[in-house]
Design a binder for this molecule. Structure first.
Ligand SMILES: [Zn+2]
Length: 109
């Protein structure tokens, strides 16, 4: 079975980035009307826009074939690879390492 990693990517166009752009501009627009307090209020509202925008802009791709994949899917529909997380890959690596070291120890002992 093939294994692949889910890579997180961000859109630079579309709805999400428009939200992010609004988030960055909002404090300055508010500052023009409300001064320092306006800037502060704009910062809070803008922060919300930035947060929502960054959520909207994120998508996932298969590191094996580069095709877009669903966040909830645990296998790639394009190349049939089993998608594991970085943590799972790390655990997989640890298991491999311990197996290798055990083999080495047995060989010497
Ligand atoms: Zn794939």
């Amino acid at each position: 079975m093939k294994y692949t990693i889910r890579k997180q990517k961000a859109y630079f166009t579309g709805y999400g980035s428009t939200m992010q752009f609004s988030g960055m501009v909002t404090p300055f627009v508010f500052a023009m009307y409300g001064g320092a307090i306006g800037f502060f209020v704009g910062l809070i509202i803008g922060g919300c826009f930035l947060f929502i925008g960054s959520k909207q802009a994120i998508y996932y791709v298969c590191s094996g074939c580069g095709n877009e994949i669903d966040k909830k899917q645990d296998y790639c529909p394009h190349c049939q690879s089993h998608i594991i997380t970085w943590l799972q890959q790390f655990k997989h690596l640890l298991v491999l390492l311990s197996q290798q070291s055990r083999k080495l120890l047995n060989h010497h002992g």
